[in-house]
Design a protein around this ligand. Structure first.
Ligand code: NCD
Length: 320
């Protein structure tokens, strides 16, 4: 244990950010620090039934105004694995129902002397606003359709583990690009690290505008499939859409679901990813989701590592 404490005695020189709000504003070096730290923490905590007390005496508050399974639980577990405490806030059952504003809620939680706020909100930019109002670290756990930086990082860490390097590999994000914060964070992160990115889906959900950022836009999965090293299959975010973007889910699945037939036409070592929750039979069939090329559960494991790194780096940067 003392060797681990020595290894993590201070945060890396190149890290100065007090918040993790998006991947758009990070440099490639900063993204690499996050990924390297996550990989080191994954190793340091592997098989370790106890805690690695890098955040002992620290408290992280999860304030979630939207549903979550993986993100919320892994942020919580990340803080606790590093010896910290957590506060769990969900808008349902809270004083938000009594008219309290988002900022007032967060400032009241901050007044309990916490070190970080992990926030998920349906309004894009909510974490950025909060970072201007509070003195502790703010981590974005998803703001509307804007960004989900730790999801982008855990996706990239998973690819890096399997491929060693991002440079020159081709990653296709398939599905609902317009409403997906996972897509945006992946695009910024992957491009900065030198990957080729394709966004693919129905024209009602994939904008040509992404070409301006050096991203290839495609409307046929079958056409791009043979070139892809990684597919990240995104859920259709029906809850964010005012109108249905295609005639039927069945038609969507015919054109864009990853299934056995398409697997036979893909590279044999293709990585199949999804941020979850997956909708079996819509963007992915069960045999592919549970098949040998699927790394969907590795992504969840890496989410814990990335969130340990993000909490440790930002909380310590606030101490400087
Ligand atoms: C994603 C999210 O909430 O943005 N899920 C997640 O965090 N694991 C993607 C989604 O909901 O489809």
């Amino acid at each position: 244990m003392s060797a681990v404490l020595e290894e993590f005695a201070r945060i890396p020189e190149g890290w100065t950010r007090k918040h993790l709000l998006d991947l758009e504003s990070l440099t490639a070096d900063e993204i690499n620090i996050l990924l390297d730290t996550a990989a080191r923490l994954k190793k340091a905590t592997r098989g370790c039934r106890g805690k690695v007390p890098l955040l002992q005496g620290r408290t992280s508050a999860n304030i979630f105004f939207e549903n979550s399974t993986r993100t919320r639980n892994s942020f919580s577990l990340a803080a606790r694995r590093l010896g910290g405490d957590t506060i769990e806030f969900t808008s349902s059952g809270s004083s938000v129902a009594k008219g309290e504003t988002f900022i007032d809620t967060a400032k009241n939680i901050e007044a309990m002397q916490i070190d970080s706020i992990v926030v998920r909100h349906s309004t894009p930019g909510a974490p950025h606003l909060l970072a201007q109002k509070v003195g502790c670290a703010v981590l974005n756990a998803g703001d509307g359709a804007h960004e989900h930086p730790t999801q982008g990082l855990l996706d990239i860490l998973t690819i890096r583990e399997h491929r060693g390097n991002l440079q020159g590999i081709t990653v296709a994000l398939v599905g609902d690009i317009t409403y997906s914060r996972t897509a945006r964070s992946n695009i910024w992160g992957l491009k900065k690290l030198g990957a080729n990115v394709i966004v693919c889906g129905p024209s009602t959900l994939v904008s040509r505008q992404w070409e301006e950022f050096g991203v290839e836009v495609a409307y046929s999965l079958d056409e791009i499939l043979p070139r892809c090293d990684v597919l990240n299959l995104l859920r259709i975010q029906f809850e964010r859409q005012a109108t249905r973007p295609f005639p039927s889910v069945h038609e969507y699945a015919l054109l864009y679901a990853m299934n056995r037939d398409r697997m036979a036409r893909a590279k044999s070592d293709i990585l199949i990813m999804a941020p979850g929750p997956i909708n079996r039979g819509v963007e992915i069939t069960p045999d592919v989701a549970d098949g040998p090329q699927s790394v969907i559960l590795d992504q969840v494991t890496n989410g814990l590592a990335v969130r340990m790194a993000a909490l440790w780096l930002t909380i310590n940067a606030n101490d400087r």
